[in-house]
Design a protein around this ligand. Structure first.
Ligand SMILES: [Fe+2]
Length: 265
């Protein structure tokens, strides 16, 4: 749910603009029922790095990961229009194009993640998440194999390994807004299927080259307009905004408060 009018940054104000397209969502009622059955919240969140504030959190059970991968492959093989997941990944799926944004990612953000992020990242808008950008990235031979150092256009990021069988591809992390050239001792974090790695969007990070197999990961850029309206996470300046539809880039324009006044008769 967004409380204000959705906004995005202007083309010139920030290079990491979104590339969303409007497409017809597919109906996935049975699939979503499976998701609710297999939602696994039993395990505990684990600290990966206290200093870098990186955590591992259980998100999906294995049967749900398999069901989601099947659906992603059906979509990939279909003739439905597809956009790029983001400016760095060439292969993958935008969740809103599958019709899974509102029924899957919004409840994941609101019911599962926000209670956790409110405790872990109160200073990054963790308790005030109001939109997201969700996509699946695919790494495979002959396609994308690695991802260079970058920051995310997000206050917080959840990166969930979905499978399939693969070697390599570990995530690596530097410091908050560290220059890529200054990265000397990155922290490596292996993928575990069904589990997510939670980190700040501004934490310098990338993905090591895929060894063998195919790797699919769900990435959710979690956004808090209360934070980003004042400081764009990409250019670190106050954003220059234009109107947008849907979630936009996660910025909002706060509507002026209306005031009831007495009418003289
Ligand atoms: Fe990223």
């Amino acid at each position: 749910m967004m409380m204000g009018k959705p906004m995005k940054v202007t083309r010139d104000s920030c290079q990491d603009r979104l590339n969303m397209k409007t497409t017809t969502p597919v109906t996935l009622t049975v699939f979503l029922r499976k998701m609710l059955m297999f939602w696994d919240t039993r395990s505990l969140t684990m600290v990966v790095s206290e200093g870098r504030r990186i955590y591992r959190v259980p998100v999906f059970a294995a049967p749900f990961c398999r069901a989601l991968l099947q659906e992603l492959e059906h979509f990939e093989q279909s003739d439905l229009p597809k956009g790029r997941p983001n400016t760095m990944n060439n292969y993958g799926v935008l969740l809103h194009e599958l019709g899974l944004d509102e029924p899957l990612v919004t409840p994941l953000r609101e019911r599962f993640l926000q209670p956790l992020t409110a405790l872990l990242y109160p200073d990054c808008g963790g308790g005030r998440l109001d939109s997201h950008r969700a996509f699946v990235v695919k790494y495979a031979p002959g396609q994308d194999r690695a991802l260079g150092c970058h920051y995310d256009n997000a206050e917080l990021t959840l990166n969930v390994a979905l499978g399939k069988a693969f070697t390599g591809g570990a995530l690596y992390f530097g410091d908050l807004f560290q220059a890529p050239a200054a990265l000397t001792e990155p922290l490596e974090v292996e993928h575990l299927v069904g589990q997510g790695v939670l980190h700040r969007g501004g934490q310098l990070h990338g993905a090591r080259p895929l060894g063998t197999g195919e790797r699919w990961n769900l990435v959710v850029w979690l956004r808090a307009s209360a934070v980003r309206n004042r400081l764009c996470p990409m250019c670190r300046r106050e954003p220059d905004l234009v109107d947008d539809e849907g979630f936009g880039d996660g910025f909002t324009r706060e509507e002026p408060t209306t005031v009831d006044v007495c009418a003289l008769t």
